[in-house]
Design a protein around this ligand. Structure first.
Ligand code: FE2
Length: 468
């Protein structure tokens, strides 16, 4: 018999798990789904199967993947858990056995077992659908049935974990990714890997970061790879003492390693800047000796405490879009920062056909109404035109909360940014969710189509589109 979930901010409201797998073959549509919108929109997020043990963190729930299949103006919906080893062992036991953020609290029955959550992102590459979570190898799922296929290690070539944020080079079709704490928990070892367009792992490199930290994402251009190391440190010593395994230590500053794509870690150059945290970059590109990176920057890492366990300053726990400029020909290891917008938001995306290249359009989910550090739900889609220095905004209702907006081109040859934005909208007043489709030709007009779900989709992390 499953126990009740404890009263925790990330187990309440639309963070609470739904705990169901289901199929809805033909959703009610308001408006009109464009005939050219043909594919599957996958998302991923935590939905703990059982009440947690040893405390809960939003990042620690089992991955439950919702998928919207859009075809001929109709939308069908299916969701399935990533039935990882952890999920299976706990399913058999009828209770949580693992404690992802406090290994000391893991049940003896689960000690030493693979604890993949597969809860953060889901990508389509090389003919495979991979559910990703940064501390482990990818987890493969069937792209149509969402049946769990198991850990995917690229024919045994991948050693160590894979980030949930690989980058797919739009020109070569390669998938670039990294792993942190790559030689064991809280090590400062990092790995870098390249998988070719067919899904074969062709290259692996290893190096050490300045210190062990939580490295959620990285940045790539056509010519360079950037490894950002922020002072959100990981410490086994702290964890053993029952203190925060991950904590904010601003005195260690920010370190950004830049490696040429055609070089090795021996060619890495480290730049240093003020302490900050970035979960997600929007895009980056190289121009001559300069590298530009647009990122959503927090003044301090959100969601994690200080090293002494005291809570972080909520006023700093909000992200804004900034542009970093690195001069590889300069004689300083500093870098410049220019603010691009004052909107508080997260989940930056772009037209991924411009990943790593000079680009014009990007998008974020924003919280425009509440910029005073009270966190809260994001309900605005902000679509940027960097060429004009302008933005278009659509704000959903005050009780609505949106997911990361994902761009889909109108056709493979459509101009950059010409297409649609997909976002899942939680309607708190109705306690259920919708899939909303916006047209980038007029974002401010709001959704051109809404597919209505009978239940809610809990707030999750990331999603991606697979064209059919
Ligand atoms: Fe992320």
């Amino acid at each position: 018999m499953a126990r009740p979930y404890p009263n925790h901010p990330n187990l309440r409201g639309n963070y609470a798990p739904i705990g169901i797998e289901c199929d809805a073959p033909d959703l009610v549509i308001e408006g009109e789904i464009p005939q050219g919108l043909l594919g599957v929109f996958y998302r991923n997020g935590p939905d703990p199967q059982y009440a947690p043990r040893g405390g809960y963190h939003w990042f620690g729930g089992d991955g439950l993947v919702p998928a919207f299949r859009i075809e001929k103006g109709r939308v069908s919906y299916r969701n399935r858990w990533a039935r990882t080893l952890k999920w299976q062992l706990e399913h058999e036991a009828g209770e949580a056995l693992f404690s992802p953020f406090n290994p000391m609290a893991t049940d003896p029955r689960a000690q030493g077992k693979d604890s993949t959550l597969a809860n953060t992102n889901i990508v389509w590459h090389g003919g495979r659908l991979l559910a990703l979570e940064e501390a482990h190898a990818p987890f493969a799922m069937d792209p149509d049935s969402l049946e769990s296929l198991g850990e995917h290690s690229f024919d045994g070539k991948l050693v160590g974990p894979m980030t949930a944020h690989p980058k797919i080079d739009p020109e070569s079709g390669e998938m670039l990714f990294f792993g942190y704490r790559a030689k064991g928990m809280f090590t400062k070892d990092m790995s870098y890997h390249v998988v070719d367009r067919n899904g074969t792992l062709t290259r692996s490199e290893w190096f050490e970061a300045p210190f062990s930290s939580m490295v959620h994402d990285f940045i790539t251009t056509r010519e360079h790879v950037l490894f950002p190391i922020f002072p959100l440190t990981g410490s086994l010593e702290r964890a053993m003492k029952g203190q925060p395994a991950y904590a904010w230590e601003p005195e260690l500053d920010t370190h950004i390693g830049i490696m040429p794509r055609n070089g090795t870690p021996a060619d890495m150059r480290w730049f240093e800047g003020d302490p900050c945290y970035v979960f997600h970059p929007m895009n980056a590109w190289t121009e001559g000796t300069k590298v530009f990176a647009d990122v959503m920057k927090f003044e301090a890492a959100p969601l994690f405490p200080n090293a002494d366990g005291s809570p972080a300053d909520p006023a700093k726990a909000q992200a804004r879009l900034v542009r970093w400029t690195f001069d590889l020909a300069g004689n300083t290891n500093g870098y410049a920062e220019t603010p691009l917008d004052d909107a508080v938001g997260e989940f930056p995306r772009l037209d991924e056909r411009r990943t790593g290249l000079p680009y014009r359009h990007g998008v974020i989910a924003a919280n425009l109404a509440r910029a005073k550090g009270d966190g809260g739900v994001m309900n605005s889609v902000v679509w940027y035109d960097h060429l004009r220095g302008s933005r278009s905004v659509f704000t959903f209702g005050p009780a609505d909360g949106i997911s990361e907006p994902v761009f889909v081109p109108r056709s493979p040859s459509a101009a950059e940014g010409d297409g649609w934005l997909l976002t899942v909208v939680y309607r708190a007043e109705e306690h259920r969710s919708d899939l909303a489709v916006l047209d980038t030709s007029d974002v401010t007009a709001g959704p051109i189509a809404i597919a209505k779900l009978p239940h809610r989709v809990p707030y999750g992390f990331h999603g991606n589109w697979r064209a059919l």
